[in-house]
Ligand binder design. Sequence first.
Ligand code: SF4
Length: 72
Amino acid sequence: MILKIPWVDRTRCTRELDCKAAKYCKKGAFKVQPESEDEPGKARDFPWVDLEQCKQCGDCEKACTERAVKMV
Ligand code: SF4
């Protein structure tokens, strides 16, 4: 069986600090970058996934309100 991993679509992600995908990741694998100095409320870069911690459950994909996370 080939397991899928989360992928962040940069054309959809809005870099919210209050990232729902990160909030609902039970493993703490979905990482939000620190706040941008130029854009308050936004992360300075796109989130990333620590594949050492990720259990490939797909909760982040379901939680993202922008539909920016896909299991691929
Ligand atoms: S697939 Fe599951 S464990 Fe991996 S980043 Fe998404 S919510 Fe976290």
